[in-house]
Each structure stands twice: as structure tokens, then as C-alpha cells.
Design a protein around this ligand. Sequence first.
Ligand code: ASP
Length: 608
Amino acid sequence: MYWGYRESFLCIRLSFVGVGAEQRLLTLLSYFNSFVTRTNTCGELRSAHVGQEVTLYGWIQYQRQGLFLVLRDFQGLTQIIIPQDEAHSHVKKLLSNAPVESVVRVTGTVSLRPPGQENPKMPTGDIEVKVETAEILNSCKKLPFEIKDFIKKTEALRMQYRYLDLRSFQLQYNLRLRSQIVMRMREYLCNLHGFVDVETPTLFKRTPGGAKEFLVPSREAGKFYSLPQSPQQFKQLLMVGGLDRYFQVARCYRDEGSRPDRQPEFTQIDIEMSFVDQAGIQRLIEGLLQYSWPEERGSITTPFPSMTYEEALADYGTDKPDTRFGMKIVDISDFLRRSDIQFVQNALSYPRGTVKAICIPQGVVMLRQECITTDAVCDTTFMEHSFPGWYSSNFPDSKIAPSHSPPSLLQCSALGSLRLESADLLEAAGLVLRNPTVFHFLWVVDFPLFLPKEENPTELESAHHPFTAPHPSDTSLLYSDPTKVRSQHYDLVLNGNEVGGGSIRIHSAEQQRFVLEKVLKEDSEVLSHLLEALEFGAPPHGGIALGLDRLISLIVDAPSIRDVIAFPKSFKGRDLMGNAPDYVTPEELEPYHIQVSWPLAEKEAKKT
Ligand code: ASP
């Protein structure tokens, strides 16, 4: 495992600059030594450096019997030979007694390793540094966990000592790759396509609809700022302001409580353009991703395929289909119409009732039963027998899912979940369905403009957000039957995860007011500034936001988005290192005219 660590360093650094580009790599490495007193990084020295006097700084990764140690920095590892002669007894004592993870400075001479002791898996494996002088800059006390990547540690401990976790190869790699990708995105947008990087406020006011916003008290009694869930209004206002092409690496805030793999603050690559249509935004994003895609993750082909919302639901049971594998939902109603299976007949007797199934070609692996083959009937039987709990909780009233209007949301999404659960089971049994090195991008388009509210299905809410424009062919329906209007909203899906979403916007004040007041029944007063702006020569415009954290986590195949964020919050939205959120005193609250019900707060305090 120890060698694995070294090897990974080798692969990553070389692949960053392209295979066979050792010379370019060395040039790149020398940039890291500007402004500091080291001569080289710990990943830099090669046989070409033999005979040179060097000064290295790093952390002690490993120390062996006072004979040698391995020094680590962000760049790699170098073997350091501890002198054994009397004249260097002080250096020997110092380095032999220093605990691992102490920070040291060493000076010495680069020499070739003795024949047979080279390590071809290590970039610096041909050489070692014979120490002349050494200094312990900070001795490391007993660690709460070992830094090595392969040592398992609890998530809570990793968060509490995030600065130690950040020393691990994996986090270093993730954050550096993220930085490089963002750099390339900036280049593409600003240098190649004339986008302007504009910062927008994070102290703002409440936006109707959508996610819950964090409130920030103000010194004006009863008045609060909201932290924006995205720069949506500002980016549209920038278009009204004639900026033409806006982009921002934008921090967004959503107070959605504990949700697995969501963060209350997260980052979007936020984009808006004037005089653009849906196809224009799609081509821009394809170009952007292709340009910034890390070489070491292979290449991606464009244009990305596209699927309508209705197709996605009908075939995959979700609006973010994982298209890396088949097992699509199929309608088997006709096939079963003449059967005498009672529950099937019941299902088909509903108006427009259908029976749908997924075919799991290797389902036999899951059941360890010989009777399951590739035909649809057996797979329907399979659903019944293998997921009785899941099945009855999803379809409490019938033995198989009837559909009242195709595609039935409930039926399709239940089958969609079954499809993914089956894929998990098949993979647990050793079959590879979703190769993590394969990237399937997909556009999902033609969403409905409005959906019934989850908590009250008689009312409508925006499927995306209230600023999304109707599909040009459905505009008149907006005023007659809004439930039937498709929108100019598009989502970008990667391997079954939504990594971006956007829309062409409403740029007519009259239409925007109608949507807010008549369809969504929102108080349009909160948006009067935007409505007014739309009356002052607002250009047609549209945009998109890419979820940067999720995108990077998929690129590096991280188990959680927390692994690509330097200081993430816990599952419950807490910062376990600094212990935020934290209590403040009544005196500190006074300027904000806020009083906390203290008995309640104390009770809460005892719980944590
Ligand atoms: N602001 C939207 C979001 O955060 C994206 C967009 O419509 O551009 O989902």
C-alpha cells in the first residue's frame, strides 16, 4: 500500500501534462519553487540532479531505524538518507526522534541510489538525498488518525481534523484537479468566448418558490437578508444591464436540512447570455466541458445526446437517467392482455391501464434461481418475488402497478428505482454495468413548465424556477391550460446525476407577471425590481448553472461531494471542526432585535 501511494503520485503528475512529457513536467515543477527558500519539491528530483545541493521542506511520511526517512510534500516523496557518521550525530538524533508528520527542512546532496535499490514505481525512485543539515520546524503530536489514504477513519473524525485529512493524497488530488478544471473553464469562457466574470451579492432578499433560504438578521428591527440559492435574479439583471455574457464561480446557499450528499453551501459555474437559444447554451456547455475535461479521464464526445422529459420518464423512470446501461422500462400490456393472471387483468382494466416491466438479462445472478431468464414475463414475476416489501410499499393497492395516464409517474419512478437497485445488486454480484471511467452526458429537454405541488397537488409550482420561458410552440397554452405547457428548460445529466440545469428566460414583464400572479399565485411584489427591469428594454436571454461539486466528484469518482470540498459541512449541516453553527449571547443578539427562547436553546445544547 505504501508503494501504491507513491505510484499514484507518479500517474497523476505525468498524466496532467500528457504522456511522455517529462520535460514539460520538470519545467512545470520549477514554478513551484518561486518565492520560497526550497530548491526543489519532494516530487521533483531525478538522476539529472545528481550532485546538486538541495534544500527540501516537507512532512515526515515514514522513518526507518534511524537510517532513512521519506519526506512528503504536495508534489511527491523523496527518500532522505540519515547520516551515520559521528560528525552528523546531531542530525541523526534529530531526524531519528522526530515523529511522523513533523515538518522538517533538510539540506543535502542528491545521489544515485545504490544499484538494485532503485524504485521504478516512484518518480524520484532513482535518487536519494544524503542529508547535511536538518531542522525540525514543527514536531507533530500524536495524531488522531494516520494520514495514509488506505487507513479507514470515521467521517466525523475526518471532518473534525479536516486540515489533517487534507494532507491525504486523495484530497490533495481532488482539490488540485478541481482548481485546474475551474482554471480551464475561466480560460474558455473569458478568454475564448468573451464572458465577463462578475461577482454578485450574497446578502439579498427572499426569492419566491424553490429551496428554503438562509436568513441573516439585520440591524433594522424585523428585517432580514436572505442568502441567495443562486445568483438567478442578478444574472438576469446583468443581461438587462447589457453585460451580454456573464459567468461566475458562484457560492449558493440552500437550507434544505439534512439530505444525503447535499451541502448547505455549494458552488455553481453560473452562466447567462443574451440573444441565445437553447441550442446555443447546449453547444456552449459541450465546448466548455470538452475544453476543461482532464486529459487523464479520457475524452468526451460532443454533441451530447438529448432526450425529452417524457422519454426519460417512460424509458428510465426518472428525469436523470443513467444511460450507461440498458434495462429500460418496457410496456408489456399487449403481451399480457390474453393472460389469465388476475392481478394483471385488474391492472389492465383501469382506463388506459398498462403493465410495465424491466428486463434484467442477468437477473439470475441476483436471485440465484434458475427459473429467471431474459423474458419479460419472468422479470415481472421477479419484481413480485424479489422485492415484496419494496413492491407493496410502492403499490399498496394492487399486485402490479396500474397506470392511469401514460407514462404514470409513480409507476415509472418505482420501476426506475428498481432498475437502479437491480444494477447495484448485479454489480455486488460481480457484473460490471456502470464503468466508473465511462462518462455518459445527456441533455434532458422539454420539461413541463409547471408541476403539481407535492404538498398540495391542486396548486402548481415551477418545474425549474419561475423565470423559465414556455416552449415557443406552447406559449398560447400558458393562458388556457398551463399544466400542458412545455418549457425551455434543459438539464444536463452525467451518469444518472443532474450536473446542470438552466433555461431560456421570460423577458416580457407582462408574461412574467402572469406566471407569478395567475399561475403560481405568488406575491409578485417581492420581485417588483425584476418585473420593472423587464420593462426597460430587457434583451432575450438564457443561461445555465453547472453544479461544480457534483461534477468534480463524478470526474474523480469520489463517494461523496464532501470529498471535493475543502471544508464541507456534515450531513446535518454542521462544521465539525469549528463547531458552527454556534450559540451567541443575548447581548450579541440585541442589535438585531432578536431574542432566543433560551430554555429551548439550552435543551438543544444538551443534546449535542
Ligand atoms: N439558477 C438556476 C439554478 O440554480 C440555474 C439557471 O436557471 O441558470 O438551478
